[in-house]
Design a protein around this ligand. Structure first.
Ligand code: NI
Length: 184
């Protein structure tokens, strides 16, 4: 059992594409366990393996407290997303101190494999849909702060740059963009 440090966006690995999982073995189960522990330690609700430095297509989500699900999702891929979008604020354990509005589809259908390699499908809406999309972006080397609308990104650019250089945010931005929730 081990809590592993969560990388921040100053680490280049967060911009790399993760590799598919091929072995559904003890190593994978150990990784998932460490991911759940590391996520809980940081108070997050979702985590991608790359965030603890493992470039494998694995994500964990724990949204039980919000009325959704807890689980590990291996090799996840988007099957379908609603045209209808949701507004909402998003945060990330790899971007400490910041949160910002980001539009996402309201509903998604995801294909994935479980810890034994069985192929499964899960659907999610609202916060769960947002978490799946956020975490799957991590697996493709994408971080939410790089997907913000230009006007919002401009407002946060100074702080994003500080985090990329390992410095704390200055909170020079409006309170609404400060870290109120940690998505993942
Ligand atoms: Ni994240």
């Amino acid at each position: 059992m081990a809590v592993r440090p969560v990388l921040t966006i100053q680490d280049e690995r967060l911009y790399q594409v993760s590799e598919p999982v091929k072995k559904f073995d003890k190593g994978l189960r150990d990784l998932v366990r460490d991911m759940f522990e590391s996520m809980a330690e940081e108070g997050g609700v979702g985590l991608a393996a790359v965030q603890i430095g493992v470039l494998k297509r694995v994500l964990v989500i724990d949204l039980v407290e919000k009325g959704f699900i807890k689980g590990a999702f291996i090799n996840p891929h988007l099957i379908e997303a609603s045209d209808e979008m949701q507004e909402g604020e998003e945060g990330c354990l790899s971007v400490p101190g910041l949160s910002a509005e980001l539009k996402r589809p309201r509903w998604v259908k995801i294909g994935y494999q479980d810890l034994s390699g069985n192929h499964k499908i899960v659907e999610g809406e609202m916060l769960l849909a947002r978490a799946f999309l956020h975490e799957m972006d991590h697996l493709d080397g994408k971080v939410f702060v790089d997907q913000l609308e230009p006007s919002i990104h401009k407002l946060l650019a100074g702080d994003i740059d500080r985090i990329k250089h390992g410095l704390p945010v200055e909170h020079a931005v409006e309170p609404r963009y400060r870290n109120k929730k940690k998505t993942a």
